[in-house]
Design a protein around this ligand. Structure first.
Ligand SMILES: NC(=O)c1ccc[n+]([C@@H]2O[C@H](COP(=O)([O-])OP(=O)(O)OC[C@H]3O[C@@H](n4cnc5c(N)ncnc54)[C@H](O)[C@@H]3O)[C@@H](O)[C@H]2O)c1
Ligand SMILES: N[C@@H](CCC=O)C(=O)O
Length: 551
């Protein structure tokens, strides 16, 4: 056993790796990449892909068959998959636990090479076009939104996690005349549950693979509405050489999965991205089972947001308008970082509303994501459609709010909600406090001389603290405001929109009820899945129990 550790320890020194962000392809008309995506779209549209559960490397079908549909054409079935039941989830746990020790002992370069290979496969048009096409079809993204997610962000996560690991491995403790001291990363004993959201294909791939890179085995429960693209990610990992039984691909009904994993004594960690409500539920279930665990399960959760654009009277209005259009309405506001509350000074408000109205009513095409000039498409499913609709209906009926643009919705073909601009006189209206997760942005106009007060309002209005932007051309005020909002966001933008973080440029995650802020894409994320071991190795046999002071 000791020799094994020594060999592994020695090999850690040879992990050297630096990388760059994956370039974003442009998908111009007649480009090679757009043609290949169109071919992939046609292929996946013309069939119903069947997706099994995969446990210990074996494809398994249960009788509980589910369907994934196109959000913009919900009669069209894209894929059929099956839910793992309780006994299959247990099998997946057993397989993960059985395989963890051996996987953890595999030299770290070998594990790293699998994910580097996966990144190269995803970067190549053969797989890239399929990842992009299935994200467009299944999650309703335009080609650009699918490219920055399912291709670039996924590739970046895979590559940068290895760069971060290599950097951290340069650390070794001090050795002395008496002892050689060393430090190594181990996976967590047991299994890791990765529970991912619908809105980013890359997040699913990242949640499942970051723990695996660090020597853990994983149960990956993808979101029902991102099944096909997530399955492709699994297939890429398989082609890259991921051995069977390291990541178990287990679509399942959320509650059943959550209950089963939190009841297992072998639960080592949950890595979750999704709503605050779901994460709280999982946390409570872990607390209920605390006396049954072999270890303290680590809880990593990236959750919801109520992201703000705070506009100072000195702001550049064009930046504010463009930033708000993009942040609030790209991918129909279904990014955790989407702007959904704006604070604008009276002096800029008239021009702001006028420019927003012009762009929203004349320039934003809301249609199928497969059309090249579509700006954004339908929202993900009926539950989202109904939730967003209820906020619009509230705006329609409340005396302190007014719908300025949009407000229409129609689910006859797809789950379409028009981008909606609302003005409220009440900065504490629920439209300013609660996460809507749709193409709805609410604006509060404040008096120019009340900027100081409005900074407090921004800070105190919401329990979320994910992202926020300050638009201000006065550097002194910008700096002071930044300091006052230090706890109001995990990702703060100065004179830019509140969305669009890039791996290793803006490591991502929120504070307060937006999550545990472990910063996906940053240098520390992967170490939540490491249980480091410090080894002291004596050079000479021990000779006496007496200290020199006793002689
Ligand atoms: N902070 C971030 O980095 C980040 C990134 C993306 C999305 N989000 C957030 O995700 C949410 C949207 O995604 P969503 O609608 O997929 O979220 P969700 O919470 O509804 O679902 C997330 C995942 O949890 C599963 N789930 C649901 N109930 C469960 C339970 N009781 N036990 C175990 N698993 C359960 C779902 O099936 C899904 O796979 C928004 O709140 C958004 O802000 C946050
Ligand atoms: N990286 C994304 C956030 C992911 C949340 O859905 C962004 O900032 O646009």
């Amino acid at each position: 056993m000791y020799r094994l550790y020594c060999r592994r320890y020695a090999s850690t020194f040879s992990l050297r790796y630096t990388t760059k962000n994956e370039p974003i392809l442009e998908y111009r008309r007649d480009s090679k990449e757009i043609k290949q995506v169109q071919t992939a779209v046609d292929e996946y549209k013309s069939k119903v892909t069947r997706i099994p559960c995969i446990v210990d490397g074996k494809e398994i079908w249960t009788k509980n068959i589910q369907k994934q549909v196109l959000p913009f054409d919900h009669k069209h079935v894209l894929a059929e998959y099956c839910y793992a039941d309780g006994s299959l989830i247990q099998k997946a746990i057993d397989s993960a636990v059985k395989n963890q020790y051996k996987w953890d002992l595999m030299p770290i370069e070998q594990r790293a090479n699998i994910f580097l290979k996966a990144a190269d496969l995803a970067a190549d048009l053969k797989w890239r076009s399929r990842l992009v096409a299935t994200t467009m079809l299944g999650q309703g993204k335009t080609v650009f939104q699918a490219e920055i997610d399912a291709a670039c962000e996924l590739i970046d996560f895979w590559r940068f996690n290895i760069q971060h690991l290599a950097t951290a491995m340069a650390y070794q403790p001090i050795s002395t005349r008496d002892s050689d001291n060393s430090y190594m990363h181990r996976g967590l004993e047991g299994f890791v549950a990765a529970v991912s959201p619908f809105n980013f294909t890359a997040i699913g791939g990242h949640l499942a693979s970051a723990p695996a890179l660090m020597g853990n085995t994983v149960l990956w429960k993808p979101s029902d509405t991102a099944l096909l693209s997530n399955y492709l990610v699994y297939k890429i990992l398989e082609e890259a050489g991921l051995p069977p039984g390291i990541i178990q691909f287990v679509p399942a009904q959320g509650e059943e999965f959550g209950r089963k994993i939190t009841q297992s004594p072998n639960l080592a960690a949950i890595t979750f991205t999704g709503s605050t409500k779901t994460f709280k539920t999982l946390w409570k279930w872990v607390a209920e089972n605390l006396d049954n665990y072999r270890t303290f399960p680590r809880l990593i959760g990236e959750c919801g947001g109520k992201n703000f654009h705070l506009v100072h009277p000195s702001a550049d209005l064009t930046s504010v308008v463009i930033g708000t259009i993009r942040s609030a309405f790209e991918y129909s506001g279904q990014k955790c970082s989407a702007c959904s509350r704006v604070y604008i000074p009276r002096s800029l408000s008239k021009e702001f509303f006028s420019q927003m109205k012009t762009i929203m009513s004349k320039e934003l095409r809301i249609d199928s994501p497969l059309k090249s000039d579509t700006f954004t498409s339908a929202v993900i499913d009926r539950a989202s459609f109904n939730r967003i609709k209820s906020y619009i209906d509230h705006a329609r009926s409340s005396s302190s709010t007014k719908i300025l643009v949009g407000g229409e919705y129609d689910d006859s073909t797809g789950f379409y909600v028009q981008p909606t601009l609302i003005e409220t006189t009440d900065p504490k209206d629920k439209l300013m406090c609660e996460e809507i997760f749709g193409p709805v942005v609410t604006v509060h106009v404040y008096d120019d001389n009340k900027f100081d007060e409005i900074v407090d309002v921004v800070n105190q209005t919401s329990n979320y603290a994910l992202t926020g932007s300050i638009f201000c051309q006065d550097n002194k005020i910008l700096e002071k405001t930044r300091e006052r909002l230090i706890n109001a966001a995990g990702n703060l933008y100065l004179n830019d929109k509140s969305t669009g973080s890039v791996v290793n440029q803006q490591p991502f995650g929120g504070a307060r009820l937006s999550g545990t802020n472990d910063k996906a894409g940053g240098p520390h994320y992967i170490f939540r899945f490491s249980s480091p071991l410090a080894i002291k190795n004596m050079k000479e046999p021990l000779k006496t129990f007496k200290h020199v002071s006793m002689e």
